[in-house]
Design a protein around this ligand. Structure first.
Ligand code: NAP
Length: 346
């Protein structure tokens, strides 16, 4: 198979660097175009991307000249790691010019005609693309992945839909890399916990119900979700404690089986970024932990542990996912892999 050329909008940011790194070793996609703001335009990528990954900057990207985010110049398929303050206008302009935008930004996630996709959970939401094209008049398209904490919660709840989730309370402990670079000042976060992340609780609550919903997410899942979001001094990996109440209360063994046996289209199709399995259920009493478990499945698996009875709701457990991989660049790349397999990138 000939490699599919792709580009990255916002290539210099924290998420953009994950895109560049993962695409450099991707078996299907070849990254030939990098774009960012006027600050970076015309300069070598290595001189404007403050490289923060432990792997070195890919040779294919280091000397590439960064372009302006102007539609029509780059490849048809572009990933977006743009700052949300500019992503709306830029992504729309790219879709209107015929590009397929696989976005990680929040701007279009709750648009009823834009799939908010987790390939294991709601691959069928891609059927929105036909209507999107007609209603918006775009020759291209926009597909989004969820917020970095939402994806962990939605993947943990998806296998439990068979027991009719009635309510869920989630408290997060979110890594600093989720705030981009330079992000949260060290004097605010070192030795501290910040119990506020602007807009995050509302995003978790609304996005989760769209993802688990039907009719492309236009009929939201009928459960109540309440989120508490906290920033903690962890580098990578969002951990969350989750309590769930059901209409049909299952036993803990039934919940564990549902989580362990969960699988979806990416696993069936053996997509290159698909973790096998997508949910790792651990028995150890003090796991998952971000330093030990965030990289499982190449950063694409969600780890679940400490499943036990809840005296207030029905059951409770801990879930963890890598925020810049499963919560951002890895998620968008998996979306594009599914779209390619479904013939939607041509
Ligand atoms: P970041 O490190 O601040 O990077 C932002 C990127 O946007 C940079 O490449 C920047 O380019 C570019 N940009 C800013 N203003 C621009 C403009 N006027 N025109 C063109 N490009 C512009 O942010 P991040 O953490 O990578 O996040 C990127 C997006 O992903 C955001 O929408 C964020 O909400 C979302 N997200 C992040 C995470 C995470 O874990 N970090 C997870 C899920 C979703 P310059 O370097 O040239 O300024």
């Amino acid at each position: 198979m000939d490699a599919i050329e792709v580009g990255v909008l916002g290539a210099t940011g924290v998420v953009g660097q994950q895109f560049v790194s993962r695409l450099a070793r991707h078996p299907w996609f070849r990254c030939t175009w990098l774009a960012a703001s006027e600050r970076s335009e015309g300069k070598a990528y290595k001189s404007v991307a403050p490289w923060k990954l432990s792997t070195s900057i890919p040779g294919s990207a280091a000397d590439r000249v960064v372009q302006a985010c102007v539609p029509g110049k780059g490849p048809k398929v572009v990933f977006s790691g743009l700052d949300a303050s500019v992503a709306g206008d830029i992504e729309q302009a790219f879709a209107a010019a015929g590009h397929i935008v696989v976005s990680n930004a929040r701007n279009f996630r709750m648009d009823p005609l834009v799939p908010l996709l987790i390939p294991e959970v709601n691959a069928d939401h891609l059927t929105l693309l036909g209507e999107q094209r007609q209603a918006k008049g775009w020759p291209g398209a926009i597909v989004t992945n969820p917020n970095c904490s939402t994806v962990v919660l939605a993947m943990a709840l998806a296998p439990l839909r068979q027991f009719d989730v009635r309510a869920c309370i989630v408290s997060t402990m979110q890594a600093v890399s989720g705030a981009g670079y330079p992000g949260v000042p060290s004097l605010d976060i070192l030795g501290n916990v910040v119990p506020f992340i602007s807009g995050e609780e509302e995003k978790m609550q609304a996005e989760t119900l769209k993802i688990l919903g039907t009719d492309g997410g236009r009929t939201p899942y009928a459960a109540a979700v309440s989120a508490h979001c906290n920033r903690v001094p962890v580098l990578d990996g969002h951990t969350m404690t989750i309590s769930v109440a059901f209409e049909q209360k299952p036993s803990l063994a039934e919940i564990a089986d549902a989580l362990r046996n969960f699988s979806g289209r990416p696993q069936e199709l053996w997509l290159p970024s698909a973790p096998q399995p997508p949910l790792v259920v651990t028995e150890e009493p003090n796991r998952p932990q971000p330093r030990l478990d965030a990289d499982l499945g190449g950063g694409m698996a969600v780890t679940i542990g400490r499943l036990r009875d809840c005296p207030v709701m029905d059951a409770k457990f801990v879930a963890l996912g890598h925020n810049t991989v499963r919560g951002a660049a890895g998620a968008a790349i998996l979306n594009a892999e599914l779209m390619h397999s479904e013939g939607l990138l041509g």
